[in-house]
Write a protein that binds this ligand. Sequence first.
Ligand SMILES: [Zn+2]
Ligand SMILES: [Zn+2]
Length: 762
Amino acid sequence: MSCTPEPPEAVRRCRLRIRGQVQGVGFRPHVYALARSRGLSGWVTNDTEGVLAEVQGHALPDFLSDLVDRAPPLARIDDIRVEDLRVEPRPVGTVAGEFAILESRRAGAVATEVPPDAAVCPACLEELFDPADRRYRYPFLTCTHCGPRFTITGRLPYDRPQTSMAGFPLCAACAAEYHDPADRRFHAQPIACPECGPHLSMPVDEIAARLAAGEILALKGLGGFHLACDARNGAAVARLRRAKQRDGKPFAVMVAGLASVGAFAEADAGEAALLASIERPVVLLRKSAGAAALADGIAPGLPWLGVLLPYTPLHYLLFHEAAGRPSGTGWLEVPQDLVLVMTSANVSGEPLVIDGADAARRLGGIADATVDHDRPIVVRADDGVVRQVAGRPLAVRRARGAVPTPVRLARPVPPVLALGAHFKSTVCLTRGADAFLSQHIGDLDTAEGLRFFEEAVAHLRRLVGSEPVLVAHDLHPDYASTRYAETLGLPTLAVQHHHAHIAAVAAEHGVAGRLLGLALDGVGMGDDGAAWGGELLEVDGPRFRRLGHLDELALPGGDAAATQPWRMAAAALHRLGRTDQIAPRLAQHGPAAELAELLRRDLRCPPTSSAGRLFDAAAGLLGLCPVASFEAEAAMRLEGLVGVPRVQAGGWSIDADNRLSLLPLLESLIGRGAQEGAELFHGTLVAALVDWVRRAAEATGLRQVALGGGCLVNKVLAEGLIEGLAGCGLAVLTARAVPPNDGGLALGQAWIAGLRAGETGE
Ligand SMILES: [Zn+2]
Ligand SMILES: [Zn+2]
């Protein structure tokens, strides 16, 4: 460090163009406060491109570095452009020597972002539990650093009149905070108080009392309704489980704070950070012995539990009430007894309910009462789901808290719209190098699901504001998304399912070059019309080559095999020349003799190279989960049994056509104990896949491999592959912020379509 004082810098004037997530996050007040504290003059405003400012004075470089380094918690700066201007004797648009926040400018194309919803911030929590505060126990308190954003915003720019807070004119006290540059709520769009803001349809003490009495309530939250009940009340959980019978998915549970997690689940430092992050996703944690104190029906037969922390003031108030209304926030630092089941309020297979009247109608048979409020939800968003894999988060479901933050592509592409597949649907729209992936929409089997899909497309187009020149869809002609693509009157591009899975991972990592792709998935249509799903690809942007695939098993009875793992066990026995054993071994699960006959005569037994079905076959042979009550249940149960994966010597072979066969492994599972079998299956599968990819890397000279497909949410499989392939000196790319399953497919389709549109100049 030099002791010589720097010569005083000359007065400069700059125009700043700041792009990224800079609206609705307190960025203008941040610029304002920094400028004022440094005696700079000028102005700042929001427009359709982000934040625009002019500043004049000394020491602008320091101002600029603070602008970035001390940015507000919800801000994300993608780009700042600084342009030198002529120094004004009197700064334009304001009183000389002062700094002003000017009205938003609305003209021109929309090119900025609305932030994701964020959990209540620490400052708001202090107010929520401070009996002297005017927002004490107010369920809708929020400020610049927290609260609803995406789910209340219909269009840009993000300003109160464009949100569902438009119907709540600010009272004098709130207006004073809103206009006071020194206040935490300065220009915070969703702010409110008990005087002027939204209200619940039921008092908090009554909600808490009903939950304590074993009722199931439909609770309106940020992005939709939850069904909530006391997680320790076996009768209530059993009733909820019966009501959602067709849907055997595990329920998530909510606890007061990190201090309350340890009683029934294990969370390492990374998992704790995920739980407490402002996105507040459901985090899949390993159950501990204490989980036995929770009702059986929450996550039956699985070693994991989906846990989330409160993220709205109402959630916190339920725990506060149960704790006896303590003052301050200290009580959150000690374990609290209350555990709530918090599961998406939907009828099986349909989208989340967001409207009070709809809740009463569609959830009437499930919930004992509905807790509504008068702040409309403009856009649905389920809770996000993540799990820690290889020490880093991996999105299982990308939803509230993560949308609409864009994925930055390797380079700008023409605007394209991608429509995903059929299950776990999401859609994606690009603008330049930004790819905006929608929130989780769900399955497209129902009329409600399709309506949500169309709404999500329309909302994304309004928020992103780009006009697509090409529409990408799955190769499968019968998917509702494919048929929808054909109604848009735009050029379309059919993208092979597993190519899209690998492209999604490449897109997330900003990789544009040639690479190897290992897609381990359920079933997707291949170029040859067959049911692919265990694919080794060479991907070169918009093109790919199938280098090899898993050796096929039959899908006996077609689609039914996807939900009945015992059928895949039958297919495996048939391939092993043990067709005679199908009936004696599997008759208790279904029509095994008939199935054996179909297999013998090769009737209604299309072949599949699906890795997901290979997991089913293994589970079926081990007698685990003969019939699945939800997607991938067999694979989850199998994974859940693994302590230490072990490799079966000679468990696989690779033939001259580069087909990887695991038949020797499947044969060795027959008659084994479930845990031993699960460990052998995982260990051997990983070793076989690593061997397969290593050989392809040697043959092609490619040193980078992307792992995609729904099987990659399996932690044992993903961690084994990452370690094994890195051990071969390969660079391994895995899905992270975007799910490896079909929830990320639209991103891959968009990247492929964008590259294709760029080539043809469409
Ligand atoms: Zn706040
Ligand atoms: Zn007010």
